[in-house]
Ligand binder design. Structure first.
Ligand SMILES: [Zn+2]
Length: 131
C-alpha cells in the first residue's frame, strides 16, 4: 500500500482493503489491493477507482474468503485528513485509509469512517499487521 502510494506520487493512488472483522468489530486489514486511478483530470488531488480493478479485488476477496473492508488513497504533499470530497464520495460502513506522501515518501496515515448520512467522518482504529 505504501509502495503504491510512493510510486503514484505526485498523483493520488487508490486501492481496496481486504481483511476480516472480528466479533468485537475489530477490523484487520490483511491485503491491500492497488487499483489504477481512473480519474480523468488532474490526479494530484482526485482519484477514482478503476472499475476493472474493483471487480478483480472483489473476486480476490471471494476466493480468499476475505471481506472488502474499505478503500485507501493518498494525499500527495498534503496531510492525511478526510476531505469534503472524500466524505461526499465515501460509503457508510467502509473504512478509509488516507496516506500522506511528502516529496514521494511515506509521511503518515490515518483511518476514517463516515457516518450513515455522510455528513461527517470519525477517526478509526484499524489493525494493519503488514501494511
Ligand atoms: Zn482524499
Amino acid at each position: 500500500m505504501l509502495r503504491h502510494a510512493s510510486a503514484c506520487y505526485p498523483r493520488e493512488c487508490c486501492g481496496i482493503l481486504l481483511g476480516a472483522i472480528a466479533e468485537d468489530d475489530t477490523r484487520t486489514v490483511t491485503t491491500a489491493v492497488p487499483c489504477a486511478n481512473a480519474y480523468q483530470g488532474d490526479q494530484s488531488d482526485r482519484f477514482e477507482l478503476d472499475p476493472k480493478d474493483q471487480f478483480e479485488a472483489q473476486r480476490l476477496a471471494r476466493t480468499q474468503n476475505l471481506e472488502v473492508l474499505g478503500f485507501f488513497h493518498s494525499h500527495p504533499d498534503c496531510d492525511a485528513y478526510f476531505s469534503a470530497t472524500d466524505l461526499a464520495n465515501s460509503w457508510p460502513w467502509y473504512s478509509n485509509i488516507v496516506i500522506s506522501v511528502r516529496q514521494g515518501a511515506y509521511d503518515h496515515a490515518r483511518a476514517f469512517r463516515a457516518n450513515e448520512t455522510q455528513s461527517e467522518s470519525h477517526p478509526e482504529e484499524l489493525q494493519c499487521p503488514q501494511s
